[in-house]
Design a protein around this ligand. Structure first.
Ligand code: APR
Ligand code: PHB
Length: 388
């Protein structure tokens, strides 16, 4: 069995774990990243693709944005579509900020490349990970064939990871909202049908038009939560997308060969506190938002920025203030993002069995957002991301 000593043991090589390892390296702190899946798997996993302005600025500041700045697509607005009409929310005009459309797995590829180039230690396909002794100042991570002895453990292992379980039930509180629908996501080799994202509220359910490049379109459809992807042929998906995205001014949805498709459940979830002793949770390990607000990865990145500062204070200067405030600082942003993501989700989706009263309310909210500059500015401000 190999026994290794490192300052920060990081579980999970998603955006949270990988960026944390990079930020710590810049602070002169060494870490080891343990990942259950293979490198190919994590680099191919298709996820969301909206990078908020503060996230993009941070990636630039820490030298990780060269490819994003070449290949990412800057956006200055998006559409809210309802009643067969398009209403543009001019986010840059309203807030001064832009968002960048760049796939999460591209960020993961860039992070892995940067860590490996700097001699970083990332171990893929590690099984049997377990966390121990987090209430002491020598926590350990054991795994099949080895052990890491650390100063601190960072649980960046996503919603289904093991680290959250290392916080005792008497300490951990969880808050959850499961939505009665799911998203069917589609990646197609087709030119985007519109230069911006389109969030559509339709009586048959929500639909979203997004993109990855001038040749690749990303599309989503609201479906039933227990829907099986095998029941959705490509033809059925395109028919449904046409129906929901259609407008009276002749919008045309471009079709193309389907590269990837899958169904994701929708939930809001928060675990409190995000620190117990020397265990720190970050990203999806601590919270999930429904994807309608495009906040998941941005929240994970905000967490690890706060965490890297706290760990630098602790490990480089012996100061504990930022460690003590880590959970509260992150949770403030997390709950704002929960609120915004819930608002976008309930405004745009059809809830099965809801009274028509609710549909009238939704429509009224959409009209208000599309016509009031105060409402549009509030939406845009939340969408582009609050400053770090
Ligand atoms: N041992 C080691 N690694 C694990 C374990 C385990 N027991 N369990 C999970 N992992 C790994 C997963 O394989 C995954 O690669 O932890 C990683 C967690 O990465 P993400 O799920 O990408 O989570 P995070 O880094 O917090 O990023 C959040 O991902 O799902 C999106 O919407 C979310 O965009 C947000 C972002
Ligand atoms: C995406 O492009 O994958 C995407 C865009 C906006 C969202 C969610 C996902 O709100």
């Amino acid at each position: 069995m190999s026994r290794v000593r490192t300052q920060v043991g990081i579980i999970g090589a998603g955006p949270a774990g990988l960026l944390l390892s990079h930020l710590l390296h810049l602070e002169g702190i060494d870490s080891v990243v343990l990942e259950a899946r293979s490198r190919v798997y994590v680099e191919r996993r298709v996820r969301a693709g909206v990078v908020e302005q503060p996230t993009a600025d941070l990636l630039r500041e820490v030298g990780l944005a060269d490819r994003m700045d070449r290949e990412g697509l800057p956006h200055h607005g998006f559409s809210l579509r309802f009643d067969r009409e398009d209403h543009r929310i001019p986010i840059t005009e309203l807030t001064g900020s832009t968002i960048t459309v760049y796939g999460q797995q591209e960020i993961v590829k860039d992070l892995i490349a940067a860590r490996l180039a700097a001699g970083g230690d990332i171990r893929f396909e590690v099984s049997g990970v377990a966390v121990h002794d987090v209430e002491t100042d020598r926590p350990r991570i054991t795994f099949d064939g080895g052990e890491l002895e650390c100063d601190v453990v960072a649980g960046c292992d996503g919603f289904h990871g093991v680290s959250r379980g290392a916080i005792p039930d008497t300490v951990l509180r969880t808050f959850e909202q499961v939505y009665p629908f799911a998203w069917l996501g589609l990646l197609a080799k087709a030119e985007p049908s519109h230069e911006e994202l389109i969030y559509t509220s339709h009586e048959r359910g929500f639909a979203l038009h997004s993109m990855r490049s001038p040749e690749v379109t990303r599309l989503y459809l609201q479906v039933e939560p227990d829907e099986r992807i095998e029941d959705w042929s490509d033809d059925r998906i395109w028919d449904e997308l046409h129906l929901r995205l259609e407008t009276d001014d002749g919008f045309e949805l471009q079709e193309g060969p389907v590269i990837e498709k899958g169904i994701t459940p929708m939930r809001g979830f928060v675990a409190e506190p995000m620190r117990h002793g020397r265990l720190f949770l970050a990203g999806d390990a601590a919270h999930i938002v429904p994807p309608t607000g495009a906040k998941g990865m941005n929240l994970a990145i905000a967490d690890v920025l706060v965490l890297s500062r706290a760990l630098s204070a602790l490990l480089n200067r012996g100061e504990t203030d930022l460690v003590e405030s880590y959970s509260d600082t992150c949770l403030r942003r997390v709950w704002r993002a929960q609120g915004f993501s819930n608002h976008m989700t309930t405004m745009l989706h059809r809830t099965p069995g809801a009274e028509d009263y609710h549909h009238r309310l939704q429509l009224s909210q959409l009209r208000y957002t599309a016509t009031s500059s105060a409402a549009a500015t509030s939406l845009a401000e939340n969408y582009v991301g609050l400053p770090f």
